[in-house]
Design a protein around this ligand. Structure first.
Ligand code: ATP
Length: 390
């Protein structure tokens, strides 16, 4: 097992554009680290530099205390699990798992058997050792691929979008399998995905990348509750955070659908800015009649018209149109294009209690303590509170 330390890692391809730009990141021994971001953000390139499949332009890659920049992949003792598991169809499960040991050579047959048996037990594959991959379920195939990684006694597992070819149901099952195994084995794991749900459910910590630059590394909860900027705020969470134009007018923060009294902590956070972007998670609203009376004063109550509602049994969303100036900010327009956001600039998504009956209009309550205020140019979250859990 090993920790992986990346120090100021840069990768420039032929055209000189940095695909990975000055990334410093520590993955602790036994940690499950997710690299996430939209297509082209550099996450696969970073993973390939850890494994040794890609040269590092500058910076240091340190694994288990040793600088590995110039080490060949086979000398790094890492194990990569690929999307299609790369199993040999003509070999049995036993031989598939034993493959890397035979390839390396030098191990007595007895030791090979012992390691394969042990891995099979851990992975609950013992009774399938004689089968061919074609006769296994998707989950079992994945376990065989992980068995291969285990027998090698690799220092870390690396995954590059292993679930992206699967349908939604299987993907959910596989996610749980990977999580269970990683917990049981306690092996350092780096996992690349563009799917924020995978990132949130699997990671001890999640590293969010944008255009080759590391934006934030934190626990899923902290990313959700305290995003550093508009990009992270918009990328993490489904349905996405609402981002609406806001302005300071006297002792109120004015938004297109309501105003809230300025909170005590806001003036220091926003300085002399009067134009802001307010970020509000759908769940920070509630249908007013559902709010406990002792909580009401914590927020504001206001009427809206509702375009449509989506009732999903255990959740309900109302789509609330609002009038916003056309030119709200370049930052927001650019971000929504980049994130391919379903959110339009004149509509909010509001989560209301599934028991409440919302139709063409609603009285909503908004918890003002859960409003984030962002700088409209830099996108920085001005009201972020650093937490101690990551
Ligand atoms: P995806 O999810 O689409 O795989 P990614 O976040 O993994 O994206 P990378 O594959 O790491 O992104 O690519 C990062 C950037 O580097 C992209 O702009 C890509 O076009 C560029 N890039 C990747 N490989 C090469 C290469 N061999 N030569 C030149 N540019 C490359």
């Amino acid at each position: 097992m090993a920790e992986i330390t990346m120090k100021n890692i840069v990768k420039k391809y032929g055209d000189g554009f940095p695909a990975v730009n000055d990334v410093s990141l520590d993955v602790a021994d036994g940690e499950f680290m997710i690299l996430v971001g939209p297509s082209g953000c550099g996450k696969s390139t970073l993973l390939r530099m850890i494994v040794g499949l890609e040269d590092i332009t500058s910076g240091d890659m340190v694994i288990g205390g040793t600088r590995v920049n110039d080490k060949a992949p086979r000398d790094r003792n890492l194990s990569m699990v690929f999307q299609n598991y790369a199993l040999y169809p003509h070999l049995s499960v036993f031989e598939n798992i034993a493959f890397p040991l035979r390839l390396r050579g030098g191990l007595p047959e007895e030791e090979i058997r012992k390691r394969v048996q042990e891995a099979a037990e851990t992975l609950e594959l013992t009774e399938h050792l004689d089968r061919k991959p074609a006769n296994l379920s998707g989950g079992q195939r994945q376990r065989v691929a992980m068995g291969r990684a285990i027998v090698r006694q690799a220092d870390a597992f690396l995954f590059d979008e292993p679930l992206s070819n699967l349908d939604a149901k299987l993907r959910g099952q596989m996610r749980m399998e990977i999580l269970r195994l990683q917990r049981r084995l306690g092996i350092t794991t780096v996992y690349v995905t563009h799917d924020q749900t995978e990132a949130m459910t699997l990671g001890d910590r999640v590293a969010v990348l944008r255009r080759g630059i590391l934006q934030q590394v934190a626990s899923p909860r902290e990313l959700y509750e305290q995003p550093v900027n508009l990009f992270v705020a918009g990328f993490i969470g489904s349905p996405p955070m609402n981002m609406v134009p806001a302005s300071v007018e006297g002792d109120e923060l004015k938004m297109p659908f309501t105003s809230v009294p300025m909170r005590d902590e806001w003036p220091a956070a926003i300085g002399d800015r009067t134009v802001l972007i307010a970020g509000i998670r759908p769940g920070s609203f509630e249908e007013a009649s559902m709010v406990d009376s002792d909580k009401v004063d914590q927020g504001v109550t206001f009427d809206v018209s509702v375009d449509v509602t989506e009732w999903l049994g255990n959740e309900q969303y109302a789509f609330v149109p609002y009038d916003a100036p056309e030119d709200i900010t370049a930052t927001l327009a650019e971000l929504q294009t980049e994130l391919d956001s379903e959110q339009t600039r004149t509509q909010m998504i509001v989560a209301v209690d599934p028991m409440s009956r919302v139709k063409d209009s609603a009285t909503l309550w908004l918890d003002s303590s859960r409003i984030h205020l962002f700088d409209p140019e830099s996108g920085e979250n001005l009201t972020r509170v650093e937490s101690s859990d990551s």
